[in-house]
Design a protein around this ligand. Structure first.
Ligand code: AMP
Length: 110
């Protein structure tokens, strides 16, 4: 999608600090990190949010999250968040999983 920020990052049109990529997913550092490790794990194909995630991508996205957590050195403790819709705080409408780690997390989230 031409007007999608994350599609443009995936296409290499907008720079991002990429930390991982495979056949289905790429991951790059959040531009406004909320933890020492804050990486966005994103499907290569455009999906608006988790509400539209096809079965074929569900497993690969979780595998990518596991791989990024290991690569970032937070496999012992990390949080995964995805926001669906403005009410939940979604601001970029290309599915992304926030992978957060490197500090103690509070619960419940805000
Ligand atoms: P959400 O609000 O859940 O849709 O998350 C969108 C995330 O994308 C926010 O945490 C932003 O800081 C992040 N973000 C926005 N633009 C960029 C960018 N160009 N590169 C990396 N992260 C970005």
């Amino acid at each position: 999608m031409d007007d999608c920020l994350f599609c443009r990052i995936i296409a290499g049109e907008i720079p991002a600090a990429k930390v991982y990529e495979d056949e289905h997913a790429i991951a790059f550092r959040d531009i406004d990190p909320k933890a020492p490790v804050h990486v966005l794990v994103v499907p290569r194909s455009h999906v608006d949010s988790i509400a539209d995630l096809p079965d074929t991508l569900a497993g690969p996205m979780l595998r990518a999250i596991q791989a990024v957590a290991a690569r970032e050195g937070v496999a012992e403790g990390f949080r995964v968040v995805t926001n669906h819709g403005p009410e939940a705080g979604q601001s970029v409408f290309h599915l992304h999983f926030h992978l957060l780690g490197g500090r103690r997390m509070a619960w419940p989230p805000g």
